[in-house]
Design a binder for this molecule. Sequence first.
Ligand SMILES: NC(=O)N[C@@H](CC(=O)O)C(=O)O
Ligand SMILES: [Zn+2]
Ligand SMILES: [Zn+2]
Length: 344
Amino acid sequence: MTTKITLTRPDDWHLHLRDGEGLKAVLPDTAKQFARAIVMPNLRPPVTTAEAALAYYQRIKQALPAGMVFEPLMTLYLTDNTPASEIAAARQSGVVHAVKLYPAGATTNSDSGVTSLQKCAAALAEMEKQGMPLLIHGEVTDGDVDVFDREKVFIERHLQPLLKDFPGLKVVFEHITTQDAAEFVAAGPANLAATITAHHLLMNRNAMFTGGIRPHHYCLPVLKRETHRAALVKAATSGSPKFFLGTDSAPHPKSAKEASCGCAGMYTAHAAIELYAEAFEEAGALDKLEGFASFYGPDFYHLSRNTTQVTLHKQSWLVPESIPFADDALVPLRAGQTVAWKLV
Ligand SMILES: NC(=O)N[C@@H](CC(=O)O)C(=O)O
Ligand SMILES: [Zn+2]
Ligand SMILES: [Zn+2]
């Protein structure tokens, strides 16, 4: 039995850091294990300009505790009105590495998101030209579509046409949750990749209803049935460079999660690489973890791989019931329970 693994230091290709006091509370959890992270732009107001992305970059750098090394990779929030010139400015800034597409109304802080991809044609053409990746929250928002089918329907209605219209555009299908998405990405061109969260590898939709309603297991896209979880594990452990690590760690105050209309998002940054190690071990594929966590992401983004390492021990530890978060608290995934691997 493997009791110790050493990996090239991983990166997180999909992360929510929030801002202000919340940012200060969560940033060390990510920086202790990841060298870099793609930072989501769904703040209030959203990060829609290169100038705002640069200012956010500086706030993250300032919030980093002394002695920690971490590089935030910024993203721009795409709207119906994003001009091509803003894409060029983002590229020029040197800190923006991707543009994020939220279909309007699909998820947390997506009110200013895109209502129709037609409206974004100029920005998308510029991204294709600049080699700037488009990161997609791939769910339709049509209330007639069952919430468990929204990702699958997005592929047919929006992703396929997009890839056809912009064949050179680099696309990351973010936080995929279905067998449909895993198979679509695996069969797609090299410029199409996907991120997979630890929670979608470890849990199926039963986890939302174990003995009662479990608001801390609610995220978007929502957890799916077991066949989908199994397909995601297969994709993540396949050794295909089209699938890489993106935690989608999404902190919300406890009071906003444990509410009559609770927010979507799970907090996993406190134990991210350890949770992935559990999922890969369970699949008998610990040897595939380094490629997924540390190589395929930078390769896709044309960034260099990290040169330092992290070590994990097979040593179970207790996750705290809650973590301070600004003037509230956070309930992390596995709160009050154990995680099987521990970062040294
Ligand atoms: N994943 C989530 O459930 N929530 C994310 C938004 C997102 O990534 O869709 C958040 O910002 O809270
Ligand atoms: Zn999302
Ligand atoms: Zn997210």
